[in-house]
Structures are given as structure tokens and as C-alpha cells.
Ligand binder design. Structure first.
Ligand code: MV4
Length: 454
């Protein structure tokens, strides 16, 4: 029985988890840094504990402080949210060692998926399609040359401990391979303390499509369809859609069958997301995320399932209680990530929010911890609100989102709202015709079009 949950996070996601707790009759404990004493996630929690000074490493990443907060408040379970400690296998292990329930997968599965090579090996055995590439880590430059000659150029060297694009290097032609290999290894070592790298065929114009799953402790696994997360800038997602504008219901069913059967084979538990690259009609698995994701609300809107509630039920030992046939999809959902950043330079804009007026109406959801008078601190991620719309089809979702953006007032700090409005006005976005490179080009075009452009 889970009666009290400590939420090891801040901002909108801490609030999101609290809301699920409240609806389930579960008490919530907020933790916060001294910089977040006046934040909404602290105000609305049943209890709160200050766990340290502003830098995340001293507060939201401070494992002893978080475990102590759980102990003194008598929490039964810890929800890590996303970011911070959410994919730290040692943290999950320590949570369990101290007698708390970790609301997430087993530490072993978190560790496995943190190693991109181990993740791919596991998925290969379970029948999930991969990008052609090296069989595990590359032991030498000579082996890299050999694999590249076999799979053909262009190739990509990736860090085993990577993810999010760090330590990744392309070699378009054989001449570029030695340097790509060297730089990828050096960067991986510096960023992750691990210089293991592997190789994949480089896909030049894929879409990024991910599948959401839930698994209970009794071998039941269901999927909740896909999200198209191709619109990214420097590996930061900006706008996500469910479903993908390019996937048919039959393709969704087939990919869903592949991933649910794989995760049954793995004995996976709780929420997870499998990331795929989609190009030329083929899906290729690249990574798995073992956490609740920022963009989970669009999946909730099209499937009408509260994913956080399901995570908590699963962690309590409850069976899912339904099978795949009970999961149905309705309409289309889009999320805009609104950051406290200059919409042209993407430089963070911490400061005082003087006016806050969120949009409303049918099919509009705002996940945010903002309020008028809130001061956005300079220490953390710049995401300040997620604007999510749901409508019967994609065209109506776009119309609703444009309307909602025009209603949204956040005054005092610059935000990325104007960029979202421009994306939604673009004909190729409206046609659903985009790859992972679309947004970088779009932003470069906007910069070139500005009157003061050099
Ligand atoms: C790739 C790829 C092309 N080919 N792998 C970037 C981050 C990491 N999660 C995987 N990434 C990529 N892997 C192969 N074999 C292109 C990317 C990539 C990318 C992927 C998803 C979303 C945005 C991206 C932006 C640049 C590169």
C-alpha cells in the first residue's frame, strides 16, 4: 500500500505527479532547493522539505538529502519525475535498499538501457529492428574501418554511455572516419568517463518516433501508441505530436506488437519509451528511456489514460487490469514546450513573471507551475510551461493550438511562444512534412530573414 509519495523533482512535473497523488488519495511530499522555496510545487504539496542550496547537485541530485526527507516524512515511495535522478540506477537501488518503493523500472533495467550497446543487444535478441551497425563496442580504429566498409558510408560513431546526441560523430566518407572515431572517444570519455563507442549506418533524413509502454509486475505489457518528436533543436524537443502525421493505424499496431512482445521478454516493469528512427518506411530502434517523459501528456490526451496514475498503481503491485484491446486512440494531440528563452537566440531569460494568463477552452491543457509574481530561477532547465491541445484531427489541433497560443499571456520574461506560432503557420509543418533536421533549418531561415541579420 502506498499512502505517501515523495516527489524527487520540481516545477511542472512535480505538480503533475502531485495531482495524480491527490486524485488517488495519496499524500505528497515536495522537496525543494532554497531557490524554490516559493514555488508552486511546494505550496500545493501536503508537506515539503528543503534539501539544499540552489545548484542541482546539492539539492535535486543530493541522494542522502532526498532519502533523509523520505525517512523523516514517513513516505512509502519515491517518484523521480524526469531528468535529475530519474535514470540513475544507483539511486533506484538505494531507494529500494532503504525500504521505499521506487516508482519506475528495476535498477537492472535502468542500468541496461543506460548502456546503449546493452540496450541494442537486448532488443536485437527480442526481435526489435535496429539500424545496421557494429556488433557491440568497437575495440579499435581498424575494426571501425571494417564495419564501415561492410555497412557502407555515411556512418555514425556513438557513445555507449551517450544519448541526447553527446559524443556522436558522423563520417560521410572513409577519409573522415579516423577523426570521427578519435573525437567521439575523447568526448565520450570526458562527458561520461567511458570511451566505449559503437557504429551505426547514418540515416540522413529520419523522423524520431517513440512508442510509450506500460508494464505491470505480472507480465502484462500494453502500448499507448507513438509520439512524433522530430521537431528538435540541438537535441532539445520543441514540439511533439501524437500520433505521428505519417503513421497509419496498421503501422502503429505492428510497431506496438513488436515493442510489447519485446518488453514482455525482458520482464520490464512500469513506464518506458522506445525511440525509433523512421526513414524509407523502416523503423530502427536506437534507445530506450526508462522514465516518464516530458511529452507524456499528448499520449494521455489521445488514449484517455493517466500515465502517472498507472505508474503508481503498478508500483503498488496492482495488475494493469486491461489488455491492448482496451487501449483506444481518439483524435490528435500536440504539445508545445514553452521555455523561458529568447525565441530568436535561445538564451535563457530567468526573471520575474508579472502577468500570467493561461489559455482555456475545449481541448486545451496547460501543465505549468507558473503564477504571476513567480521568479524563474536561473539554476535549472528553462521549461516553464507545456501547452497541450487535443482535437478530433490534426488540422483542428493546429487551429486550436494557434488560438491557444494567441490567448496565452506570459509577461515579464521572454518565452519561446512566438517561435511556436511561427512553426504552426508554416505550410510544410501543416503538411506534416518534416524530418529531424526541419527545425534547425526553419530557425536558420528565420534568423536570415531578420532585418538586422549580418
Ligand atoms: C542517429 C541519427 C542518424 N542515424 N542514428 C541523436 C540523439 C540520439 N538520441 C540519436 N540521435 C541520432 N541518431 C543514426 N543511425 C540521427 C540522430 C539525430 C537525431 C535523432 C533524433 C532527433 C533529433 C536528432 C537530431 C540530430 C541527429
Amino acid at each position: 500500500m502506498i499512502r505517501k509519495i515523495l516527489i524527487a523533482n520540481r516545477g511542472e512535473i512535480a505538480l503533475r505527479i502531485q495531482r495524480a497523488c491527490r486524485e488517488m488519495g495519496i499524500a505528497s511530499v515536495a522537496v525543494h532547493s532554497t531557490a524554490d522555496a516559493d514555488s508552486m510545487h511546494v505550496r500545493l504539496a501536503d508537506e515539503s522539505v528543503c534539501i539544499g542550496p540552489p545548484p542541482a547537485r546539492d539539492s535535486y541530485l543530493n541522494i542522502p538529502a532526498i532519502l533523509s526527507a523520505a525517512a523523516i516524512t514517513g513516505a512509502d515511495a519515491i517518484h523521480p519525475g524526469y531528468g535529475f535522478l530519474s535514470e540513475n540506477a544507483s539511486f533506484a537501488e538505494m531507494v529500494e535498499l532503504h525500504g521505499f518503493v521506487f516508482i519506475g523500472p528495476s535498477p537492472a533495467h535502468i542500468r541496461m538501457m543506460g548502456d546503449k550497446i546493452a540496450a541494442k543487444e537486448a532488443m536485437l535478441k527480442l526481435g526489435v529492428p535496429l539500424v545496421p551497425g557494429s556488433d557491440g563496442a568497437l575495440p579499435s580504429l581498424a575494426s571501425a574501418v571494417e564495419v564501415a566498409d561492410r555497412i557502407g558510408y555515411p556512418v555514425l560513431i556513438k557513445a555507449a554511455a551517450g544519448g541526447g546526441g553527446r559524443g556522436m560523430k558522423v563520417a560521410l566518407v572513409p577519409d573522415e572516419l579516423a577523426e570521427a572515431w578519435q573525437v567521439a572517444r575523447t568526448e565520450s570519455k570526458a562527458a561520461f568517463g567511458n570511451d566505449a563507442v559503437y557504429m551505426e549506418k547514418y540515416l540522413d533524413r529520419p523522423r524520431h518516433i517513440e512508442m510509450q509502454i506500460l508494464a505491470d509486475s505480472y507480465g502484462n505489457v500494453v502500448h499507448f501508441g507513438e509520439r512524433d518528436c522530430s521537431l528538435q533543436r540541438r537535441h532539445q524537443k520543441i514540439l511533439e505530436e501524437a500520433g505521428s502525421p505519417v503513421l497509419s493505424a496498421a503501422q502503429r499496431d505492428a510497431l506496438g506488437e513488436t515493442v510489447t512482445s519485446a518488453l514482455k521478454g525482458l520482464g520490464y516493469r512500469n513506464a518506458g519509451t522506445l525511440e525509433f528512427l523512421y526513414q524509407d518506411g523502416q523503423f530502427s530502434f536506437i534507445e530506450m528511456n526508462t522514465r516518464l517523459q516530458v511529452e507524456h501528456p499528448i499520449t494521455e490526451m489521445v488514449s484517455n489514460i493517466d500515465l502517472v496514475r498507472e505508474q503508481i498503481r503498478i508500483a503498488s503491485g496492482e495488475p494493469l487490469g486491461y489488455d491492448q484491446s482496451a487501449v483506444t486512440f481518439s483524435g490528435h494531440a500536440i504539445e508545445c514546450r514553452i521555455n523561458a528563452e529568447d525565441p530568436e537566440t535561445f538564451i535563457p531569460t530567468p526573471g520575474l513573471v508579472t502577468i500570467y494568463h493561461p489559455p482555456g477552452g475545449l481541448g486545451v491543457r496547460v501543465d505549468s507551475a507558473l503564477y504571476a509574481g513567480y521568479r524563474v530561477p536561473p539554476y535549472y532547465d528553462s521549461l516553464i510551461a507545456k501547452l497541450i491541445v487535443h482535437a478530433p484531427d490534426r488540422a483542428q489541433a493546429i487551429a486550436r493550438l494557434r488560438r491557444a497560443i494567441d490567448e496565452f499571456a506570459i509577461i515579464g520574461v521572454k518565452t519561446t511562444l512566438p517561435l511556436h506560432r511561427q512553426i504552426l503557420d508554416d505550410p510544410s509543418f501543416q503538411a506534416g512534412d518534416y524530418t529531424i533536421h526541419w527545425l534547425e533549418k526553419f530557425v536558420a531561415g528565420l534568423q536570415a530573414d531578420r532585418p538586422d541579420a549580418a
